[in-house]
Ligand binder design. Structure first.
Ligand SMILES: Cc1ncc(COP(=O)(O)O)c(C=O)c1O
Length: 442
């Protein structure tokens, strides 16, 4: 394989969610990837402890997915999705639907998690309007929620840094539930924390405040990822479901991270036994090989919207040039085949106790304030350095990178979500590297 020369001038690319000046002064560039490893442009191997960005669940550059994309590119490179179709779009939708919770088998394709979220919010509004309750326009998100970067997503999201520069123009009719992070009661929980189901009852307060007849939907991540891995308290999601059902409010699960095996099941909904009305997905839907996202809607939601249109009329004025792009759809079908053939969701389930034990073995490591985990996802929260929040986690991330392990960090929380093909030895190596990194940072 020939490799391209490394470019000297990094100034043109304005990098997303990156400290551009800091990065460009000391860049970390990836050249290739295979299986559990990246290779950097200076030839170093990096063990992938984060599945890219929580998305490469089957491991990198899998032959079957690469072949499916190549073949599709040569056969049908692009097909317009408006008033035209191509067979793989329908096959991919049917295959995704098979993995969704019972009844959520109508799939709308997008190109990212952010688009999936905005699509889901629009579907919720369109649903209530179609059934004659168009006054239900309020959307309820949650503090510390991450729902991507569209205006809809940051409005229902609850991460201050993502909102404050845009705060004058967020969606107007939004409120937020409290987050569930409570180290006083739940520090070092293994799996779901015992304390906090009552926090779902705050939805009743919001219903009293706004009146149910004005509220369209509640959106939450079943396990919050980007904000630092917040596992829902036992009974919390069940309670949210009950309250939504009682008041005719749609429940949206944002499963952009939890979908496709991260918890050892196809969805978090399946894992927790709680079925939303709408479910958003992206990332591992096609192993992140081509940008793709999707929204699964219940039959009731879909049929209400689709059956309300006049015959011959477009029912939902929404979609993307690249919805169900042929390369993304080909990668999706090949990825879902791979997940099934290799039993990767079951593998994640089987590895979860080992992963949990390896993570919690760091309880006595330097700077560690909390460790939390579920399935193959884990967060390690560090004591912040006085006057420099986030610095310690960044330095630990750099030390791990130098030692050949890629992890994520957000604020002072380290996050782990390896591909589901990770071995027990690789799990040990990831957490051993973190222990050494933490010992070395101030
Ligand atoms: C729960 C959740 N929703 C939405 C998104 C946004 O996805 P994207 O970056 O593909 O737009 C993310 C990304 O991490 C996510 O974790």
């Amino acid at each position: 394989m020939t490799s391209r020369p490394v470019i000297d001038d990094l100034s043109s690319f304005w990098m997303p969610f990156t400290a551009n000046r800091q990065f460009k002064a000391a860049p970390r560039l990836l050249a290739s990837a295979k299986g559990m490893y990246y290779r950097t442009t200076d030839g170093r191997e990096l063990l992938d402890g984060s599945a890219g960005l929580w998305c490469v669940n089957a491991g990198h550059a899998r032959d079957e997915i690469v072949a499916a994309i190549a073949q599709q590119a040569a056969t049908l490179d692009y097909a317009p999705p408006f008033q035209m179709g191509h067979p793989l779009a329908f096959e991919a939708a049917a295959r995704v639907a098979e993995l969704m919770p019972a009844g959520l088998d109508r799939i709308f394709f997008t190109n990212s998690g952010s688009e999936s979220v905005d699509t889901a919010l629009k579907i919720a509004l369109a649903y209530h309007r179609a059934r004659g309750e168009g006054q239900r326009t309020k959307l309820i998100g949650r503090e510390r929620g991450y729902h991507g970067v569209g205006f809809g997503g940051i409005s229902v999201g609850g991460i201050v840094a993502n909102r404050k520069a845009f705060s004058g123009q967020l969606l107007p009719a939004v409120d937020h539930l409290p987050h569930t992070h409570d180290l006083e009661h739940n520090a070092f929980s293994k799996g779901q924390p015992a304390f906090g189901a009552h926090l779902a009852d705050d939805l009743e307060r919001l219903v009293t405040l706004h009146d149910a007849s004005t509220i369209a939907a509640v959106i939450v991540e079943p396990v919050a990822g980007s904000t630092g891995v917040l596992v829902p308290p036992q009974g919390y999601l069940q309670r949210l479901r009950e309250i939504c059902t009682k008041h005719g409010i749609l429940l949206i699960f944002d499963e952009v991270i939890t979908g496709f095996g991260r918890l050892g099941k196809a969805t978090a909904s399946e894992y927790f036994g709680v079925t939303p009305d709408i479910l958003t997905m992206a990332k591992a839907i096609n192993n992140a090989a081509v940008p793709m996202g999707g929204v699964a809607a219940s039959r009731a939601v879909h049929d209400t919207i689709v059956n309300s249109g006049a015959p011959g009329a477009i029912e939902l004025f929404h979609g993307y040039t690249y919805s169900a792009h042929p390369l993304a759809a080909a990668a999706c079908v090949a990825t879902l085949d791979l997940y099934r053939r290799e039993g990767l969701f079951e593998r994640a389930h089987a590895l979860a106790p080992k992963f949990e034990a390896a993570a919690h073995a760091l309880r006595d490591a330097k700077h560690v304030k909390d460790i939390r985990n579920l399935g193959l996802v884990c967060g390690i929260e560090l004591e912040s350095r006085s006057g420099a929040p986030g610095a310690r986690a960044y330095e630990a991330f750099l030390k791990c990178f130098e030692a050949g392990v890629l992890i994520r960090f957000t604020g002072d929380i380290l996050a782990f979500s390896p591909p589901l093909i990770v071995s027990e030895e690789q799990i040990e190596r990831i957490f051993d590297t973190v222990r050494n990194a933490l010992a070395a940072v101030q």
